[in-house]
Ligand binder design. Sequence first.
Ligand code: BYE
Ligand code: ZN
Length: 521
Amino acid sequence: MSLSRHLIFIPGACHAPPRLQMATKIIHFLVNGKVERAEFRADCTTEDVKDLFRAAAEASPHHILKLYKANGSVVNISPMLEPNSQDSYYRLEVVASDLQSIGVKSDVDNMESRLCHLETKVQQDAGNTPEIIDNLKSQVESFKRKLESVKHLSWMGLFRDESPQQLSKFPAKAKGLQLNIEEEHREVRKKFLNMSSLRVIEEVRQQLKTPMFDNWQWEEPEMLVLLQVMFTDLDFLTVFHIEVDVLQNFLFEVYCHYNNIPFHNFQHCFCVTQMMYGLIWLTDIWSKLDPMDLLILLTSALCHDLDHPGYSNVYQINAQTDLALRYNDISPLENHHCAVAFGILAKEESNILKHVTTEQYKHIRAGMIRCILATDMARHNEILNKFKSVQPVFDFRNKDHTEVLMKIMVKVSDISNEARPMAVAEPWLDCLLQEFFNQGDAEKLKGLPVTPFMDRDKVSKPSSQTSFIRFVLLPLFTEITKLFPCLEQHILEPVRRALEYYSDLERATQQEAAAAVANKP
Ligand code: BYE
Ligand code: ZN
């Protein structure tokens, strides 16, 4: 098993001139499934050492830490701790926490129950629940959800690990959580249907057509309404005879089939679809492509990551998961996303394609399969090179040409976060790294090869992002901009600015590191 070894330094431990330098102690210990390495000076205080162990366990000051020797006996956490070797590590456990004194969990629970009381009281007095209380309730609920989904705040006692691969291992736990997820889905559906009759103001309809749109301002039921607006404004309901309730069922099923994971979640699905919608309007492509191809583009964007488990193809293949087994290691994730999409369309009540002809259905199915499978980044160069070869002689009447353009448009939409304003884009990068690092951790724990850009001990956010922008985003965006020059201002320029931003950050980090080395005796 390959275990990561972290170095945690107590300030001052290594910056003193050599002749004054105290002997340091090195302690190896297992915590949260990882063997960590701590280094401290023999003359530091007991509190210093305890703080160090607390940080490694991601525990709060209210947690009680216990350190065990290999033989099971408890040892005191103090500067007197006996040094050990990598093979004879101690075991660190967070045994208990006094959650009452932390207060966050009880505060949130309190808020919820006081709101419930208030609602009952107002209902008795006024006969109905005013909107302001409903709003307050949904805000408290959404805040609680956010706290629950942040792993490093787990010491608050609110964190719920809902990753699907976690669920399958614990059937009882899975059942309990499934119920909560179902409840949440029902709530979102109710709100979505209630809101869908409201008119979305013109200003929002316009924003929806540009990469400036800020997804972080919208909650899930609202995003579902906005998706309905996209289908409506592209005239799909008329052209393909889609009934409103079938479209709503379809959108809701899509929402339900995205998992609650840091990056590949329903918000990502929404952003990719919104970017596609923007591209369709900005490039005027709606006037050049068959309506069926437009439906393929928007629906592929919507379905392209359905039921993503939060672990990449490489992981699926190395861990020999059920998905890799089913798809013989060939784009297992993308094949699965696509299969889930057609599972949703196979149900009468959510089949937005039920009134199209057999010929049309065949065309749309083939197109969606092509577009969704094209999102496997392992095929990036193959697809970009094909587009490069047709771009100079591009002809909208040539099926080969439009097919590769459609793949490129889905790919651009999929990885286009950096084309958005920095305040929108940067949180997305943090979500992605959180998901990647979770995979890196899982790979270490299982003794699998650690995917290079997923190792939290090796990856720096600015340097990986500058490389990604230089070698992936700019070449791709430059190529599509040759076909649609208007995209220069909408996607190419913001990405160039993002490159500058991350290059500055990278330089600053390097200078800091250089200064730290220079200050060393
Ligand atoms: C990609 C593949 C799979 C999942 F670590 C997500 F530097 C992505 F390599 N996306 N999507 C957007 C991205 C971005 N990958 C990266 N930056 C993005 O903005 C680079 C990665 C953070 C890393 Cl390509
Ligand atoms: Zn995606």
